[in-house]
Design a binder for this molecule. Structure first.
Ligand SMILES: Cc1cc2nc3c(=O)[nH]c(=O)nc-3n(C[C@H](O)[C@H](O)[C@H](O)COP(=O)(O)OP(=O)(O)OC[C@H]3O[C@@H](n4cnc5c(N)ncnc54)[C@H](O)[C@@H]3O)c2cc1C
Length: 339
């Protein structure tokens, strides 16, 4: 097999640094790409060598449960470009390898509104549309105008409009019809130059002060997140491990009469239950299975301080899922991608 020298491919690569759960896993091959030309070459190499491909950004929403017998592509495409600007809006094209939080910080410093509620979410820009990242009442779909990607089979460049991305709660076409079929190369955003704060989330409104500004909202989000969520650099984790489950109105009614403190909110399709509340009430905080723990303050966060395997992480997740199904008759869906 011919391995192109430009790809600087590492064989039998350690992936511990490429996933925030820190699970030990190895890749048959690993390459870091910083241009679309290199990315295309990497995909072509994988095709010719009949290798499976796994694209990783920061690995903050990924659980590696085994060694990867293929090519891992670490996305480091960089650059931010202004596509258009009017008195009220700015349109930007941000390369997929840009750090998400640095992009948010830059937007806030420029007085561009729309991404401040999403500050401090780990990961790279290219992964943001995949699960339609969201926090504090905002979702990235509200500011994305288009997503650019390379088709992993045809190697053709494609651009999908916001509508075509089929964004939903922690979901998009990139987790469904186009799952593992693309490499996102850039995301296009439309940000507001006029003040439009999203303070629908009560805890954020309280923290942002009496005269909230773009900077005070950004600071408030950073403060709340730093207090509430473990920093993966200190305690390995992948953020919220389960999605908030959706139940019917009847199911919600039954649960509410049995568990009056149930935390839930109505949606167009039924009721969303706070997965963290269900797990907390089931007594899982600070519990351990196979050396992997539930965080002592955040029942939704699985932590891996003892650096156990991805299979051990999933053993804890399965035990929680079984318990929640038994107590509440609710199926919890894992949020990170499992490989
Ligand atoms: C402490 C913590 C807090 C978090 N808080 C939140 C939160 O508030 N809200 C939220 O929504 N998420 C949250 N997350 C999850 C995570 O930060 C996001 O999902 C983030 O977008 C993942 O980015 P990443 O670069 O690390 O993706 P990775 O984990 O590297 O990749 C995730 C998936 O996307 C694929 N992928 C990555 N890049 C590309 C690309 N360029 N093209 C094609 N496929 C690609 C991967 O193959 C994988 O399937 C949190 C995670 C942690 C650790």
């Amino acid at each position: 097999m011919h391995i192109p020298a430009e790809l600087a491919i590492q064989a039998d690569a350690d992936l511990k640094e490429y996933n925030t759960l820190g699970v030990p896993s190895r890749a048959r091959y690993l390459t870091t790409v910083d241009s679309t030309a290199l990315l295309t070459q990497a995909l072509r190499f994988a095709q010719e060598a009949k290798l499976a491909v796994l694209v990783l950004g920061q690995g903050s929403n990924t659980v590696l449960t085994r060694d990867f017998d293929g090519l891992v592509i670490h996305n480091q495409l960089r650059g931010v470009e202004v596509l258009a600007e009017t008195a009220s809006h700015i349109e930007l094209r941000v390369a997929a390898g840009e750090n998400w939080h640095q992009f948010v910080t830059r937007a806030v410093n420029q007085q561009w509104f729309g991404v401040e509620n999403l500050a401090l979410i780990p990961g790279l820009v290219g992964a943001a549309p995949i699960q339609n990242i969201g926090a504090y009442g905002a979702e990235v779909k509200d500011v994305i105008t288009a997503v650019e990607y390379l088709d992993r089979t045809t190697l053709a460049t494609q651009t999908l409009s916001n509508d075509a991305c089929q964004f939903a709660y922690r979901d998009s076409i990139f987790k469904n019809a186009l799952c593992d079929a693309t490499v996102i190369t850039a995301v296009q955003f439309r940000l507001n130059k006029r003040a439009t704060l999203n303070l629908g989330y009560p805890a954020l409104a309280d923290e942002a002060g009496e005269q909230p500004s773009l900077a005070s909202v950004y600071d408030a989000v950073c403060r709340i997140r730093t207090q509430k969520l473990p920093d993966p650099a200190e305690i390995p984790n992948a953020g919220s491990f389960f999605k908030n489950p959706l139940v019917t109105a009847e199911h919600h009614q039954r649960l509410k009469s049995q568990f009056p403190g149930l935390v839930s909110f109505a949606t167009g399709e039924g009721y969303k239950l706070a997965a963290g509340w269900l797990i907390d009430q089931a007594g899982w905080k600070d519990k351990e299975v196979a050396g992997v723990r539930v965080h002592q303050q955040q029942a939704l966060v699985v932590i891996n301080p003892a650096i156990r395997s991805g299979a051990d992480v999933m053993a804890l997740a399965a035990a929680i899922q079984q318990d929640i199904a038994r107590i509440y008759n609710v199926q919890l869906e894992v949020e990170p991608r499992i490989y």
